[in-house]
Design a binder for this molecule. Structure first.
Ligand code: NAD
Length: 512
């Protein structure tokens, strides 16, 4: 059964979509799809509201974020319920991935954005330092289009929205059609926190609404989703010369060294692979374990994976795949691996006890890079383990990927872990942790190669929602260039002499 089904409507009426729960397959909701005209109206409202917001001091903007945080803290259960209902994810996944990270994002940027966005003096080099003053002034871009996926439907909607808003922009947010109400929570939260009207509109809809948003005339697009849609967004942005950030898919490797604490590494592998049912862009999707510890590491991973519970309510550990498309990808990757010689150590099938889209936590051995499971994003609860001769082979195979989002390295020596991390060609690397958590907001988070362009988080990402305008002021009131014309041979000769002094003498180079 499809999770998203189009509903027949009268000609000329707005399109409608029916939604089912991935956990129970019961119908849970219906949404109206925002049209091109809706997007245009929202953009006009955003354009009207944004200048006053841009003129509001950052400390005042931050107060809205602090209020949103308090509302979120007070009403955690209500938010968790909406997210769980649409995604079927366990309560802990909703709490940790969505709410904890959202609260941290609100607090982090409310507290620190003032400093990050402050105009700053930039000392100049050479002789210019005596005659000019340079100030770098971050100015909001205007209206930001945020397009988010279903796997972290609340946090991946709110985090870019927080950053764009605190930087002085308005936002048009288009959450995934599979999890629209979790995205809509962001609009509700900010409205209750007192964000002035027009500054944030949530546009519910599918890819058509997303495409209309990209083409609507916004000033930047912040996209999180699949590589194939990311490519379309990038092409549309390139045509319009629009900046965009693309947070795309991953195939994160885990490297297990010979000196590892086996219990911790096995726990990290299981958390990295099965958290959110493996539906995280930086899930651990492949393991390279050094031969001497491979057997015992694998045994411990399988033991833990077998203990994970699946259910539709109450206490459980691993939720459903979000929609049939995703389940089919997982099934096809496992089938391809088995056909090419992989061994299923546990799982390897849909959960026969449940009606919804549950795939059992699966561990595979005897895998190779000829299998899809080691090369393409699976985005499901499957952990393939490959034995390697040594760490050099592990690094070589970890780097053999068209993706480059995250990676993790496990060893008892932090120094050794960091040295290995520097050899891995990915956006970020964790040592003795399974993922670059959203808690590390200081770290720029982004991918290399097909994993994306640009980054979220970190001061540079916040400044990415601004144009940093250099203002260069002549300290001599314009004397430096006002005598530019007419040209004279004598002045040219003087200039050449000056250049020889500046870059051709020791004193000059000291000044340069
Ligand atoms: P998706 O690309 O199918 O959809 C993402 C969003 O784009 C949705 O809101 C969708 O409606 C919209 N969309 C679809 N077609 C569009 C178009 N032509 N123009 C504009 N918008 C359009 O992705 P998904 O299946 O929802 O999400 C899963 C993917 O997201 C995985 O590949 C995962 O790795 C990736 N992801 C990446 C990160 C990261 O930070 N790198 C985080 C989470 C998820």
């Amino acid at each position: 059964m499809a999770i998203v089904t189009p509903i027949e409507v009268a000609p000329g009426a707005r399109r409608r979509i029916r939604l089912a729960s991935p956990a129970t397959l019961d119908t849970i909701d219906e949404i109206e799809v925002a049209s091109r005209e809706d997007v245009a109206r929202a953009l006009a409202a955003a354009r009207a509201a944004q200048p006053a917001w841009a003129a509001t001091p950052v400390a005042e903007r931050a107060k809205v974020l602090w209020r949103a945080l308090q509302i979120l803290l007070a009403r955690q259960d209500e938010f968790i319920e909406v997210i769980q209902r649409e995604s079927g994810k366990p309560r802990t996944d909703a709490l940790m991935i969505e709410l904890f990270a959202a609260c941290d994002s609100l607090a982090h940027f409310a507290k620190r954005a003032g400093r990050m966005l402050r105009p700053r003096r930039q000392p100049l080099h050479g002789v210019l330092r005596f005659v000019k003053k340079l100030t770098l002034v971050p100015r909001p871009l205007g209206v930001i289009g945020v397009i988010s996926p279903w796997n972290g439907p609340f946090v991946l909607s709110i985090n870019p929205t927080v950053q764009a808003l605190i930087a002085g922009n308005a936002v048009l947010l288009k959450p995934s059609e599979v999890t629209p109400r979790s995205g809509a929570l962001v609009g509700k939260l900010f409205a209750e926190a007192g964000l002035p009207e027009g500054l944030l509109t949530v546009l519910l809809g599918d890819g058509e609404t997303g495409a209309a948003l990209v083409e609507a005339g916004v000033d930047k697009v912040s996209f999180t989703g699949s590589v194939s849609t990311g490519r379309k967004v990038a092409e549309a942005c390139a045509r319009q010369l629009l900046p965009c950030t693309l947070e795309l898919g991953g195939k994160d490797p885990m490297v297990v060294c010979a000196d590892v604490d086996l219990d911790r590494a096995a726990g990290g592998a299981v958390a990295g692979a099965f958290f959110n049912a493996g539906q995280i862009c930086f899930s651990t999707e492949r393991v390279y374990v050094v031969d001497s510890v491979a057997e015992e590491f694998t045994r411990r991973v399988v033991e833990r994976a077998r203990a994970l519970r699946q259910a539709t309510e109450g206490e459980f550990d691993v939720g459903p795949m979000i929609w049939p498309k995703q389940l089919e990808i997982v099934e096809s990757h496992v089938a391809d691996a088995v056909a090419k010689g992989a061994k299923v150590l546990c799982g390897g099938r849909r959960n026969p006890a449940l009606r919804g889209l549950f795939y059992e936590p699966t561990v595979l051995a005897d895998v190779t890079h000829e299998m899809k499971i080691m090369c393409e994003e699976t985005f499901g609860p499957v952990l393939p383990i490959l034995r390697v001769r040594d760490e050099d082979e592990a690094v070589r195979l970890a780097n053999d990927s068209r993706y480059g989002l995250g990676a993790n390295v496990w060893t008892r020596s932090a120094a050794h872990g960091e040295a290995l991390a520097r050899r891995i060609d990915s956006g970020s690397v964790c040592v003795n942790d399974m993922m670059m958590t959203y808690g590390a907001f200081e770290a720029p988070f982004g991918g290399r190669r097909e994993s994306g362009v640009g980054s979220v988080n970190g001061p540079d990402a916040l400044l990415g929602y601004c144009h940093v305008q250099p203002i260069l002021t002549d300290r001599m009131g314009g004397r430096a260039t006002s005598g530019h014309y007419p040209y004279s041979a004598a002045r040219d000769a003087g200039m050449q002499k000056f250049m020889r002094f500046l870059w051709g003498t020791r004193v000059g180079r000291w000044l340069a």
